[in-house]
Write a protein that binds this ligand. Sequence first.
Ligand code: NI
Length: 227
Amino acid sequence: MMIEIAGLFDVAGVARLRTIIDAGVWIDGNATSGPQAALAKRNEQLSAGCPAAREAGDLVLEALGRTPLFVAASLPAKVFPPLFNRYAAGQAFGTHIDNAVRMMRGTDLRLRSDISETLFLADPDEYDGGELIVEDSYGTQSVKLPAGHMIVYPASNLHRVAPVTRGTRVASFFWIQSMVRDGEARRHLFELDQAVQTLAAEKGNDDRTVIQLTGLYHNLLRRWAEV
Ligand code: NI
């Protein structure tokens, strides 16, 4: 299930993030790669320990917390602190799979990466190429979103970033461990949640059927959630 979350940041919010990260410490992107991914990866990454990364990462986490669509789609148990990268002048990230378990150096944070997220921080007209290309059983999806928009997709899919041939692609990326490990179960819950919200908008939150379906949602979540 791939879900686009539009407008996580508005124009001013993107500008603020860009100002913060531009002043940070940028290093070779292979700092967070496994050995196989490292062969394929050519980009720069904001040093995870620098104050700019923490400040910008906190802004991303705050934005996620006030975005019901993100919460409904991800059902987050743990969120890896957001990382930031940029690609320019032919840089790319070849086909790879994200590591199943992520650890953060110097902390006891350890999470299973169920879901990958890419938050675009440059507008499509600022660069050519740089599409996020995700392979799934329905075919290949090519994603290039306006600045401030985010794509949520299963971490279990092979993916790549196409070479950037003009300008600079700037993004934040991170992983989620979901309370619901199984992607199909997560998709059922998301679809039920969206349908109940549509029904509630028509009939009101005190409608008996809305209450029954809300009960079904929570009973399925109770059955599947690990907290
Ligand atoms: Ni990746």
